[in-house]
Ligand binder design. Structure first.
Ligand SMILES: *Cc1c(COP(=O)(O)O)cnc(C)c1O
Length: 378
């Protein structure tokens, strides 16, 4: 039996075990520890961020970032609509209201025009947004120059949700290092993994110090257990961090392979009418191409829709996934304000993520291409 072709699977390097064995040998089987410190140093070196705190997940990192920006009950926080729910859920944890902003066509990320419109409109209604959660979807950097200029003009702090864009850069600078705080995820399906985990980076050492404090049940500096804040158990395990250190040794290879997947699909599916890709708009953008994504226009494919393609590939044991369903269309956020122009809705309706693992076999990648060409009779 042929194995299923997965969308994005973990890809161990073989270097992880030496860090885990070291932790076992020294009985460092607890949260924090030398592997966590080592991984934080690796992340600082790779991203050029000043400081890093590793945490139990990307979601935990977004939650703490919001707390550190002072987001509280009744506040409004602007958030990319076209994203995974983990970008928006922590806003609700704080009792704040997400205000969703739609995407632009170029990068599929937050539209600078709609962002400015939304800020002005919220201010005119009496409430200035407390923060902006800005996502770099599928690894593609958002239009950071323009978006940061808008945020700075209105003096609203930006939290970059770079969960999918670890290793991506804009103008030579790592995503996650443009805003006040940047967030990465090392969940099992991301470009590198700690099995589950995340990190926060910032130029401001206070944010990372406070994040660790809050992630450790907000324990005051006293030998007895004293608490003057509500805390969380959001630390990263020293065992998970060992996996991360082994993964960091091969991050450059993983990025190269994911990008190679994208170039392969783009070349092999070139010239098929009705198929378009998420492309880097110009040389300032460097995407890790975590997932290669296509948009299927039924007007060009002779009526074949994303749904048809998805179902036909699933029958061949090829796992694909529709693009994220925008947050402003989610039942749970139906009452949240949203500034939309149909862009993310159209991408969601027609978009599909292709198998993009860094350990995908060459023949499997060819199987995917042949299947798509066959379904589209090309
Ligand atoms: C994966 C992901 C997260 C959450 O990360 P976890 O580590 O799974 O909590 C947040 N935002 C986006 C856009 C993601 O893709």
């Amino acid at each position: 039996m042929k194995e299923k072709i997965w969308l994005s699977s973990p890809h161990m390097s073989g270097k992880e075990m030496k860090y885990i064995e070291d932790a076992f040998r020294k009985n460092h089987v607890f949260p924090l520890g030398p592997n966590v410190t080592g991984l934080e140093e690796d992340i600082v070196r790779m991203t050029g961020a000043g400081h890093c705190t590793c945490l139990s997940s990307g979601t935990a990192a977004i939650h703490l970032a919001l707390i550190l920006q002072g987001v509280k009950q009744g506040d409004e926080v602007i958030c990319s609509s076209f994203t995974f729910s983990a970008s928006a859920n922590p806003i609700a944890y704080q009792g704040a209201t997400p205000v969703f902003v739609d995407s632009e066509d170029l990068t599929w990320n937050m539209s600078p025009d709609l962002l400015e419109f939304a800020i002005k409109d919220r201010i005119s209604r009496g409430k200035k947004p407390s923060a902006i959660v800005l996502v770099h979807l599928y690894g593609m950097p958002a239009q950071l120059d323009i978006l940061m200029a808008v945020a700075n003009e209105y003096q609203i702090p930006v939290i970059e949700d770079a969960a999918e864009s670890f290793g991506s850069t804009f103008d030579g600078k790592s995503t996650g290092t443009f805003g006040e705080i940047g967030v990465f995820s090392f969940n099992g399906n991301k470009i590198i993994t700690t099995s589950g985990g995340g990190a926060m980076v910032s130029a401001n050492p206070e944010y990372c110090r406070k994040a660790l404090f809050l992630a450790t049940q907000a324990r005051d500096a006293a030998p007895h257990y004293q608490h003057s804040h509500i805390g969380y158990n959001y630390r990263m395990s020293n065992i998970c961090a060992g996996i991360g250190r082994g993964q960091m040794e091969v991050l450059a290879d993983r990025i190269a392979k994911r990008r190679e997947n994208y170039f392969y699909y783009r070349e092999m599916l070139a010239g098929i009418p009705g198929i378009a890709f998420q492309n880097e708009p110009d040389e300032r953008y460097f995407s890790n191409h975590w997932l290669t994504t296509i948009v299927v226009d039924p007007a060009g494919t002779g009526g074949i829709t994303r749904e048809v393609l998805y179902d036909a590939l699933a029958r061949l044991d090829i796992e694909t996934r529709p693009l994220w369903k925008p947050m402003h269309l989610q039942p749970v956020f139906e009452n949240a304000p949203a500034y939309t122009d149909g862009t993310s809705e159209r991408l969601f309706r027609n978009g599909l993520c292709l198998p993009s693992s860094s350990n995908i076999a060459d023949e499997d990648r060819k199987t995917v291409v042949d299947a798509i060409r066959n379904i589209l009779k090309h």
